[in-house]
Design a protein around this ligand. Sequence first.
Ligand SMILES: *[C@@H]1O[C@H](CO)[C@@H](O)[C@H](O)[C@H]1NC(C)=O
Ligand SMILES: CC(=O)N[C@H]1CO[C@H](CO)[C@@H](O)[C@@H]1O
Ligand SMILES: CC(=O)N[C@H]1CO[C@H](CO)[C@@H](O)[C@@H]1O
Length: 160
Amino acid sequence: MKGFPPLSIYLWSIPSLAVLSECETVKFGQLCSGNSSNRRRTGDRWGRGQYGARRGDRGHQGLDIVCNDGAIVYAPFDVKLNGKVIVYTDPKKAAINNGINLSGEGLCFKLFYVKPDNYSGVVKKGQRIGTLLTMQSVYPGITSHVHVQMCDKSDPTKFF
Ligand SMILES: *[C@@H]1O[C@H](CO)[C@@H](O)[C@H](O)[C@H]1NC(C)=O
Ligand SMILES: CC(=O)N[C@H]1CO[C@H](CO)[C@@H](O)[C@@H]1O
Ligand SMILES: CC(=O)N[C@H]1CO[C@H](CO)[C@@H](O)[C@@H]1O
């Protein structure tokens, strides 16, 4: 048997590979009308859109996907609506203070700056969740976007 790894190595590798490939296949479908490729916000005068980008003294906790004000936001896969998200406490940002907590494909995540049609129930992939709020009214010149944030605040980039 010299030169061969123990059989247990082969046995352990099989289920772990299966789990790995299953996780890697979860990808977000189109989130916003007019942006079929889920194009990401790169940067503008208000900041950059990637996870971990600088936001004052902390890091950006989500990933920003380009979406025009008033555009339709779609379910990226079959989802369950888990209720409203409060994005801001600052009353000056009330116009864009809305969002929705969702789950599907084993993921729990939130979409910010969206006015959802409903706060509970289910929505099929590609069906309408709601519309993008008027980001330009609060952040003039920003690349308007949907902010995607995992409920555990982990990096969502691998799902795009
Ligand atoms: C989102 O909704 C789920 C399911 O109701 C809940 O368990 C979770 O705590 C919520 N997450 C956040 C960050 O609000
Ligand atoms: C609003 C928006 O982001 N539109 C873009 C979505 O993606 C397509 C294809 O990548 C672009 O051409 C649009 O400009
Ligand atoms: C499933 C569900 O509750 N759908 C409702 C979502 O909201 C619209 C109006 O905004 C209703 O017509 C649907 O019945």
